[in-house]
Ligand binder design. Structure first.
Ligand code: WAQ
Ligand code: MG
Length: 633
C-alpha cells in the first residue's frame, strides 16, 4: 500500500450520535468505501441522520501492523453470569479493584469514547472526561479483500479496536459492552488472555454500552498512551471472521452469535462429503477412511440387486411420485412394499412415510393430542420427542429403561383420555435394547397404547433381523415404527400395526397426508433389500459376529463397552475431548463421529461406533486397538 487513506464517517441527528465507522484503505478504494459508509449512515436503524460527516485523510505509508488478539468465546446465560465472569477475568489479569471497576463500567454509558482508568488507583486519566478517549485510525488489514469494508460487523470491529488498545503503551486491560440494544455480547481483553468474548453482558433491549481502558504506569506516560490510541494508524492482521456472517445484514447478527456460541462450546457441526456409495470404507477429503458411522448395517445400500431395483423403478415409474399418497402419489412399489413389510414384521398392516422422523412425528401426533398423555423414555430419539411436543398431549418422561417408573407414572395419570407409552427399541446413542416383554406387560396391564421405534432394530435385532419381538419371542407392540433408511439401505419410514390403527393413521396423520409420497426408486430399493435380507439371514449373523469381535477386541485392550447391537457407544464425557478423540481416529484412518449435545446430554459426549456386516476382522481389530490407545492418551 503506497498511498493509504483513512476514511471516517460520523452521522448524527439533532446533535445525537447515530452511527460512525472508520476504514483504512488504498487510494483506489477511497470513493467506494466512502459511499458505502454513507449508505450505512443513511440506513441506520436509529433513524435517518440530519448530518453526515465524511473525513478522508492521507496517512503516512509506514502503518503499524499488529496481529489480532486470539479470540475465545465464553457462553453464559445471564448478564449477571457474564459480569461475574468479566470480573474474574480482570482479576486473573492481575487487577485488584475488580468490583469497583465493574461499578465504574456502568458509569461509562454517556461517553462517546472509553474511560481511561488507572488500574490501581481508579483515577480517571482522560483530559476530556465527558467524551472519554477514542481509539481511532485502525482497521482490519484484510477488510477490502474480504469485501467487508463498510459493512457493520461488531465482532471484527471490536477485535481490531481491542488489538490496538492492548498494544498501546501502559494499557493492561479493557472491558467493553456494545451500546446497541440488540447486541448483548461484550468482552474483556488483555495481552495475555487475548480477546475473551462474553456472550451476555447486558439485558436485551438495553441501549447502554461502554468501555474502560485500564492503565498501569507513570502519570507522565498518559499523554503518550492517548497519542497512540488517537493518532497512530494501525492495521490488524488475521482478524478472525464468523465465516458466514461477514456480509450479512444486521438482522442476522443473532444467528451468527448463536453459531459462534455453539462453536466456542465445541458444538458446531458441518456436513462432510463422502465420495462413492455408502459402505465400510469411503473417500473423505481425498483420503480413504474405514467408516464406523454408517446405519447401512447390512451393506445393502450399494448391493447390485438393490441398486438395480431402484434404477428399474426410476425407469418404470419416474424419479418422483408427483403427489401425496392420498391423491396421485401411490404407485405399485408403495403398495408392494407395505405388504412385504407387514409380512416381514408379522403385523396386519403398514403405512409408509417419507422418513423415519416423519413416521414417529406422524404416528404420535395422530394418536394423542390435548387432554391425552404420552410417557416417553428419557433417552428416546429426537423424532419421538418432537412427535410428543407436536401432539399437544401432556408428556411424562420416565427414567431410561425403567419399567417400574413407567408403571408408577402410568398409575398416576389415569384421568387422561388416551395414554401412549413410547420407547426406542434400540436406543440410538446407547445401543441398548428395550425389555419389550416387560414394556408390553406394563402397558397392557394399564390398557394404554404401546409404541416402539425399531429404526436401529430392523435388520439387526432377532436371529433374522425382524426386530425385538423375534429377539424376545413375544408379541408386537400396538404401534411399531421402523425405517427403510438404515439396515434396509434405502430411505423412508414406516409404521406397522393393526388394520384399524393403520387406517386411522392414513386418515389422521398429517405428515403422511400432507407430504409428497416417497419416490418409487427408494420404495423399490427397500423392497429389494428386504428380499435380500429374508433370503440371506447370514448377513444378520455376520453383523452379530462383528459386534462380538469388536467388543472383545476392545476388552482385550482394557476398554469395556456394551455390544448388544450395531451401535457401540464409547462415552468420553467432555465435548471437546470427544471431538479430539474423533479427530485422532481420523488421523489413523477411521471415521468415528463424536456425538454431542443436543443429540446426547451435555457432558455425555461419546464416540459412536456403528458396525456393519461388511467390516473385515482386520478393520475391526485395527479400529479397536487404535481407539483404546487414543482413549488412554
Ligand atoms: N474508542 C473508545 N471507545 C469507544 C470507541 C472507540 N473507537 N467506539 C465506541 N466506544 C465506546 C463507547 O462508549 C460505546 O458506547 C461503547 O464503547 C460501545 O461501543 O461479538 O459494538 O461500538 O465479539 O457499541 C463487542 C462484542 C461489541 C463484539 C462492541 O461496541 C463481539 C461494540 P460499540
Ligand atoms: Mg455501538
Amino acid at each position: 500500500m503506497s498511498e493509504t487513506y483513512s476514511v471516517k464517517m460520523r452521522a448524527s441527528s439533532d446533535g445525537r450520535h447515530v452511527s460512525g465507522a472508520e476504514k483504512i484503505v488504498p487510494v483506489g478504494s477511497v470513493s467506494k468505501v466512502a459511499s458505502r459508509l454513507v449508505e450505512r449512515a443513511l440506513s441506520h436503524e436509529r433513524g435517518t441522520p440530519d448530518f453526515i460527516n465524511v473525513k478522508i485523510e492521507s496517512l503516512s505509508s509506514d502503518i503499524l501492523r499488529l496481529k489480532a488478539l486470539p479470540v475465545m468465546t465464553h457462553v453464559v446465560a445471564t448478564p449477571a453470569e457474564g459480569r461475574a465472569l468479566a470480573a474474574r477475568l480482570l482479576a486473573e489479569a492481575g487487577i485488584a479493584n475488580v468490583d469497583e471497576i465493574m461499578v465504574r463500567f456502568s458509569e461509562t454509558h454517556s461517553l462517546r469514547g472509553a474511560m481511561l482508568l488507572d488500574a490501581d488507583t481508579l483515577e480517571r486519566l482522560e483530559p476530556d472526561q465527558s467524551r472519554g478517549v477514542r481509539a481511532t485510525y485502525m482497521d482490519d488489514a484484510a477488510a477490502l479483500a474480504k469485501g467487508t469494508a463498510g459493512v457493520k460487523n461488531h465482532y471484527a470491529e471490536a477485535i481490531v479496536l481491542a488489538t490496538k488498545v492492548q498494544n498501546a503503551p501502559n494499557i493492561i486491560a479493557e472491558i467493553c459492552v456494545s451500546d446497541d440494544p440488540d447486541y448483548v455480547t461484550g468482552y474483556v481483553a488483555t495481552r495475555e488472555l487475548g480477546y475473551r468474548r462474553i456472550t451476555v453482558l447486558k439485558e436485551k433491549g438495553d441501549p447502554n454500552g461502554g468501555r474502560i481502558f485500564l492503565y498501569r504506569g507513570p502519570r507522565d506516560g498518559v499523554a503518550k498512551t492517548i497519542e497512540f490510541l488517537e493518532k497512530t494508524p494501525v492495521l490488524v492482521d488475521d482478524v478472525p471472521t464468523l465465516s458466514c456472517a461477514a456480509n450479512a445484514p444486521r438482522r442476522f447478527d443473532g444467528l451468527a452469535d448463536a453459531l459462534d456460541a455453539r462453536q466456542a462450546a465445541g458444538l458446531s457441526r458441518r456436513c462432510r462429503t463422502l465420495e462413492g456409495p455408502t459402505g465400510p470404507t469411503a473417500i473423505v477429503d481425498g483420503r480413504e477412511l474405514v467408516v464406523f458411522a454408517s446405519n447401512d448395517y447390512l451393506d445393502l445400500a450399494r448391493d447390485p440387486r438393490v441398486v438395480k431395483a431402484a434404477a428399474d423403478a426410476a425407469n418404470e415409474f419416474g424419479a418422483g411420485s408427483g403427489g401425496a399418497r392420498l391423491t396421485t402419489g401411490t404407485q405399485p412399489p408403495h403398495v408392494r412394499l407395505e405388504s412385504a413389510l407387514a409380512k416381514f414384521k408379522g403385523s396386519e398392516a403398514v403405512l409408509l412415510y417419507g422418513t423415519g422422523y416423519m413416521a414417529n412425528v406422524g404416528a404420535i401426533s395422530a394418536l394423542v393430542g390435548k387432554g391425552d398423555v404420552v410417557l416417553s423414555d428419557e433417552l428416546n430419539h429426537a423424532s419421538i420427542i418432537d412427535g410428543c411436543r407436536l401432539s399437544g398431549a401432556d408428556v411424562l418422561v420416565y427414567r431410561h429403561g425403567d419399567m417400574e417408573d413407567l408403571d408408577r407414572k402410568l398409575g398416576a395419570c389415569r384421568e387422561h383420555r388416551r395414554r401412549l407409552a413410547v420407547s426406542d427399541g434400540v436406543f440410538s446413542m446407547d445401543g441398548d435394547i428395550l425389555d419389550l416383554p416387560r414394556f408390553l406387560e406394563v402397558t397392557r396391564r394399564h390398557d394404554v397404547f404401546s409404541m416402539v421405534d425399531e429404526a436401529h432394530a430392523t435388520g439387526v435385532v432377532g436371529c433374522t433381523g425382524r426386530g425385538l419381538a423375534e429377539h424376545f419371542g413375544c408379541e408386537l407392540p400396538d404401534v411399531l415404527m421402523g425405517t427403510l433408511s438404515k439396515a434396509l439401505g434405502s430411505e423412508g419410514g414406516f409404521v406397522c400395526g393393526s388394520k384399524l390403527l393403520v387406517e386411522y393413521l392414513r386418515n389422521m396423520s398429517r405428515p403422511f397426508i400432507f407430504s409428497t409420497a416417497p419416490g418409487a426408486p427408494a420404495m423399490a430399493a427397500a423392497l429389494a433389500a428386504l428380499e435380500v435380507l429374508v433370503a440371506e439371514p447370514g448377513r444378520v449373523a455376520k453383523l452379530r459376529e462383528n459386534i462380538a469381535l469388536f467388543v472383545s477386541e476392545l476388552a482385550r485392550h482394557g476398554v469395556s463397552v456394551r455390544g448388544e447391537t450395531a451401535i457401540v457407544p464409547v462415552v468420553v464425557g467432555d465435548e471437546k475431548k470427544a471431538l479430539a478423540a474423533s479427530a485422532a481416529l481420523e488421523e489413523l484412518g477411521f471415521l468415528v463421529p463424536a456425538i454431542r449435545y443436543p443429540t446426547v446430554a451435555r457432558g455425555a459426549a461419546r464416540l459412536r461406533v456403528a458396525l456393519m456386516s461388511a467390516h473385515t476382522p482386520e478393520q475391526l481389530r485395527a479400529a479397536a486397538s487404535s481407539l483404546a490407545k487414543i482413549l488412554k492418551s
